[in-house]
Write a protein that binds this ligand. Structure first.
Ligand SMILES: [Zn+2]
Length: 316
């Protein structure tokens, strides 16, 4: 039999390969028998069937290496397109959400708002014409993509076109619902669930996102809630008598480390207000009680009358 590397005819090569395969199979069986005999001589237990299965697997792996799957071995001709797919997504613009169920909501004008302000005529629906936008929201810790279609209306005089209003947004034109922002903030601040961990939980439920996107929601929520928060602090400090106390508060610092911060509370007979500060110094107390004049009760110490001077409460 000539050397394999000297054979050029495909048919002859195939015959040679078949012959080799038969030889390998026969030798595999012999190896199993020899291993079993060897084990018996050493007094060890042996399962020849298992050994045979193992060898069959090894043989299959060798065949794959030798002949391969034609599609695996073929050089890629679509390299450019493939690379493009792999290119990392930049920024955090709209991302397709193939895993989210879709709900369609049509917003229509109430009947009493369908009057043309120019001529008093009746505003008629403009066929299928809607202003469309998407909103991602959360429903009992499942996520979905809502497609909003805001119906447009026009009058037969052609002087007026009115579009029905859509959902309220924290960020004008934003893609995420108010409910989603509240959900993220609740998990972060009430459940102490870091954004990275929330993102993992969201992706398990089909919502493809990242921690920066979720931080943006909290930031938007903050701008809306801060005036109320500061008003609550001011209202607490309007009282004649308040209770003040502080306790330590762990914050995530650099990798795996935490830093010790302090959460302060000011309690009046109506309000309990909290602030988180980096220290518990007199200066910190001044920031918490800024503008307060009256009696402060601090647990473990005597009740004292304080005047922290004027100055509005600012939390930024
Ligand atoms: Zn009109």
């Amino acid at each position: 039999m000539p050397k394999l590397e000297e054979i050029n005819d495909p048919e002859t090569l195939q015959q040679a390969a078949i012959l080799l395969e038969k030889t390998v199979k026969r030798q595999s069986k012999e190896i199993v028998q020899l291993r079993a005999e060897n084990a018996r001589l050493r007094g060890q237990d042996v399962d020849p069937q298992m050994e045979l299965e193992l060898l069959k697997e090894q043989l299959a792996a060798m065949r794959r290496m030798a002949f391969g799957d034609s599609s695996e071995r073929r050089p890629r001709t679509d390299g450019v397109a493939h690379d493009k797919e792999k290119e990392p997504r930049r920024g955090h613009g709209p991302r397709s959400q193939p895993n989210l169920p879709i709900e369609e909501v049509t917003h229509t004008l109430p009947e009493d708002e369908r009057t043309c302000s120019f001529c008093g005529g009746h505003l008629e629906e403009m066929g299928d014409q809607t202003e469309d936008s998407e909103e991602i929201t959360v429903v009992e810790i499942s996520y979905k993509l809502i497609k909003h279609h805001r119906q447009k209306y026009r009058c037969s005089c052609n002087a007026q076109v009115v579009t029905a209003s859509g959902p309220d947004k924290l960020i004008p034109g934003g893609r995420y619902s108010v409910g989603l922002a509240v959900h993220v903030a609740e998990q972060k601040y009430l459940d102490h669930l870091p954004l990275e961990r929330q993102v993992r939980a969201m992706e398990r439920r089909g919502f493809l996102t990242d921690s920066q996107t979720q931080w943006d929601q909290i930031d938007a929520l903050d701008s809306h809630l801060r005036p109320t928060y500061e008003a609550l602090l001011r209202k607490a400090l309007d009282a004649d008598v308040v209770l003040a106390d502080e306790t330590h508060w762990k914050l995530m610092a650099k990798k795996g480390q935490t830093s010790k911060w302090w959460v302060w509370c000011v309690v009046s007979d109506e309000i309990a207000a909290y602030r988180i500060l980096g220290h518990r110094s007199t200066k910190a107390a001044g920031r918490v009680l800024g503008g307060f004049k009256g009696v402060v009760s601090v647990p473990g110490t005597t009740i004292s009358t304080c005047d922290f001077g004027a100055g509005p409460v600012t939390t930024r």
